[in-house]
Design a protein around this ligand. Structure first.
Ligand code: PMV
Length: 358
């Protein structure tokens, strides 16, 4: 006897777009207890950016999965993922990015009790995979756009931060919130969420990003988290971090760049010291990276308060106050090897957008 599977009629397609920001960490997440559940070995603190964003549109194609398809929609074969090129054309996404993004979109659907098929398009306002936290903005935008397309709330709270983090990108847990954000690491907490420690209007810091290479980095931060504990300097860093975190929280609360700046610069150098002394080693820096660090030192010698931080890539983020931003941007742009300068500031977090990408 042939049994017809009952298929609910698809509901009207729903589409939603979200613009979500990257963030720049002042105290970095580097090393994970477990990459599957994304539990960090240390707490981190970041500033959410305003202009370095991912814009993602999600359309619900069929609310109950493809007719005749598996009733458990753990498969993503009916989902579509498109990248929007600089020329505004849609290009089918492939490889690891497609696999990770669709697996996460599917997980979010499952967590919301939906078996919908999705059409997704996404675009970054900055070079992808070059140490400007594209995974943070990308997975935040994707999670929120899937939720919005399914009619769910995108209000920033601990549960939303956890849902974004389960993408595999820990830094994404922080991009759910605007302003200054901390992601604690409590070994007893198997599902850690980030929290906002101060809103964006608390302190309007700027991030002048010196792009010295815009191609994708050769070793992912995911791989960096795995290798980090093999560095002989890793354990010592964990010992020092408590003091550094207290210092950073205090400097942010009191808006003291003269206190925060030297700490965030030491912190970045330490991450790269660990990366370079991991087994096997990871060298993210290029010669121009050092030239920009030297440029920041020279600006300080001229009395301009600016300090540098570097994520898992060769590009340098120069943190300064609004009055010094133009001087920093124009001076750094003159350094040979700097391809472009992105001028960003602290931002208020993800937003729904009326502009759909398809
Ligand atoms: O979130 P992931 O796995 O891409 O790791 C981010 C690592 C750093 O950007 C280097 C540091 C951080 O805390 O953002």
């Amino acid at each position: 006897m042939r049994v017809e599977r009952e298929v609910a009629p698809p509901s009207a397609p729903r589409k939603a777009s979200v613009v979500a920001p990257a963030n720049i960490a002042f105290v970095k997440y580097w090393g994970a207890h477990d990459l599957e559940t994304v539990r960090p070995m240390n707490p981190s603190i970041s500033m959410t950016l305003a202009r370095s964003v991912t814009h993602t549109t999600v359309e619900v194609l069929e609310s109950d999965g493809p007719p005749g398809g598996p009733s458990d929609r753990s498969s993503d074969e009916a989902d579509e993922l498109w990248l929007v090129t600089d020329a505004g054309e849609l290009q089918a996404s492939e490889g690891v990015f497609r696999r990770r993004a669709l697996a996460h979109a599917r997980r979010v659907c499952r967590e919301l009790g939906s078996r919908a098929s999705l059409r997704i398009a996404t675009r970054n306002s900055f070079p992808t995979g070059a140490g400007i936290a594209s995974s943070a903005s990308g997975f935040t935008a994707l999670t929120l756009a899937v939720r919005a397309a399914l009619g769910e709330s995108i209000e920033a709270d601990a549960d939303l931060s956890r849902q974004v983090r389960r993408s595999g990108s820990g830094s994404a847990a922080r991009s759910v919130f605007g302003g200054f954000v901390e992601w604690p690491s409590d070994p007893a907490d198997s599902d850690p969420a980030a929290v906002q420690i101060a809103p964006a209007d608390h302190w309007p810091l700027c991030d002048v990003i010196a792009v010295v290479a815009s191609d994708e980095k050769s070793v992912s931060s995911r791989e960096g988290h795995v290798r980090a504990p093999s560095s002989p300097h890793f354990a010592r860093r964990l010992e020092l971090l408590d003091g550094r975190l207290k210092y950073a929280r205090h400097a942010i609360a009191d808006r003291r760049l003269d206190l925060l700046g030297p700490e965030l610069e030491k912190e970045a150098i330490e991450l790269h010291l660990i990366a370079m002394s991991s087994d096997p080693p990871i060298y993210y820096w290029l010669p121009a990276t050092l030239d920009v660090l030297e440029g920041a030192r020279a600006l300080r010698d001229r009395g301009v308060p600016v300090w540098a931080t570097i994520d898992a890539g060769p590009n340098v983020h120069l943190i300064c106050e609004p009055d010094d931003e133009a001087t920093v941007a124009t001076t750094i742009a003159e350094i040979s090897g700097v391809e472009s300068v992105l001028r960003d500031t602290i931002g208020g977090g993800p937003q729904l957008s009326e502009e759909h990408l398809f």
